[in-house]
Each structure stands twice: as structure tokens, then as C-alpha cells.
Design a protein around this ligand. Structure first.
Ligand code: ZN
Length: 216
């Protein structure tokens, strides 16, 4: 069993909720508008890739972008969760890459079409190993980064999120019943950029760890 299989089998429910436009500087670099409510899309569970596995660059677009994000894992079932209780429903934290075909996304945005082709393709969600939430001093004050071939491209801190984790949990649970194993990718800071064949991307956070993927 590969570790990607392990990730997939860990959650029979299989939902990866992703938040777009949650960091001001990233919205600015894409000339976007700050949203009034969270921008949500979902990746299939099958798109997860475990650390150290090779990611094949998709061929249906030409600009594969890295988006490093802090990822929270749901540990208990809940619907209509108030912000004040949000952390009771989280049991793990890690980092992930919300891989995005930027040229495809721009085309879809212009036509007003859904983003799946740009965001939910095979291997679009490299994911690190979980750290228990209790081991994190303050989940809303976590530094994290993404380096490509050893050069830092993205740096962020979860304190800069437009919609905080409690707001996201409350919002998502007003639409879906959150279930153990569900993941929330919480958005990316500025500095997104292209990944090409032969590149190596490393995402890191002092309290979470460091995870790498090779692209071919
Ligand atoms: Zn993202």
C-alpha cells in the first residue's frame, strides 16, 4: 500500500474543502476582489499525494502553480457549529499544496464556469503528515512557507487569514455536515508561481514540519 492510498483510505467520506481568496496580498497579485463570504471549492479525496511521491505535471494547461496552505483535519461530526466551538471539531493540522493550473483557471473564471479542471485534477493535492492540534501553540499564529529548488517563494502566517479558522468551520458547517477526516485547505498567501518538470517543492512550518515533492 502506498502512502497516498493510506491518505485516501483514512477517510471514507472523502471531502477536501478548499478556501480561495483568503489572504489579501494573494488576492492583490491575481487582481481579485476581497470576497464577502468564504470562496469554497472541493477537491476529490483521490487527488491527495503523500510526501516524497512524484507529481506528474498535468498536460491540459501550461501554468501549474504552487499554493502552500495550512490544512486542518476535522475530528468530530458537526453541523451548525458556532465559531466559539470550532476548535472542538479539529483534531489535526498539516500543510498542503493546492496545485492550480492558473491559465485554465483564468479561462474558466472569464466564462463563469466551475474551477474543477484547474483545481481538482489528478494529484492536485499534495499533503503532509498530520500533527495533533494540541501540539500547536496557536493555530491562528502559524508561520509557513513554500520553497522551490531551495528558494523561498511564499511566506505566510495564519493570523493574516481574512476568514479565520473558526469562521470557516462555522460557515462550512452551515452548508455541510462536517465529518471526521474531512480536510480544510485554508487559502494561500502571495508569491504563487510556476512549477516545471524537474522542480522540487518544499513546504514547511516550524511546529508542523517539512514536506517535499518532486515534479516531472
Ligand atoms: Zn488555494
Amino acid at each position: 500500500m502506498t502512502s497516498s492510498t493510506f491518505h485516501r483510505e483514512a477517510n471514507p467520506c472523502g471531502r477536501i474543502f478548499c478556501i480561495g481568496k483568503n489572504y489579501t496580498e494573494h488576492i492583490r497579485e491575481l487582481s481579485g476582489v476581497v470576497p464577502e463570504e468564504p470562496v469554497v471549492f472541493i477537491k476529490p479525496w483521490s487527488s491527495l499525494v503523500a510526501p516524497e511521491e512524484t507529481v506528474k505535471i498535468p498536460r491540459h494547461g501550461s501554468q501549474l502553480h504552487h499554493e502552500v496552505e495550512v490544512v486542518f483535519k476535522i475530528g468530530a461530526e458537526g453541523q451548525g457549529i458556532p465559531e466559539s466551538e470550532a476548535f472542538d471539531y479539529i483534531d489535526g493540522v498539516t500543510l498542503g499544496l493546492d496545485l492550480t493550473l492558473r491559465d485554465v483557471q483564468s479561462r474558466l473564471k472569464k466564462s463563469g464556469y466551475p474551477w474543477e479542471l484547474a483545481k481538482a485534477f489528478e494529484q492536485s493535492a499534495p499533503l503532509g503528515e498530520y500533527v495533533p492540534l494540541q501540539k500547536i501553540r496557536d493555530p491562528q499564529n502559524l508561520d509557513f512557507s513554500c520553497s522551490v529548488n531551495g528558494q523561498v517563494r511564499q511566506k505566510g502566517n495564519t493570523a493574516e487569514m481574512i476568514f479565520s479558522l473558526p469562521k470557516l468551520v462555522s460557515f462550512l458547517s452551515s452548508v455541510w455536515c462536517l465529518r471526521p477526516g474531512d480536510l480544510i485547505f485554508t487559502g494561500t498567501p502571495s508569491g504563487v508561481g510556476i512549477l516545471g518538470s524537474g522542480d522540487s517543492a518544499t513546504i514547511a512550518s516550524p511546529e508542523i514540519g517539512e514536506f517535499s515533492w518532486q515534479f516531472k
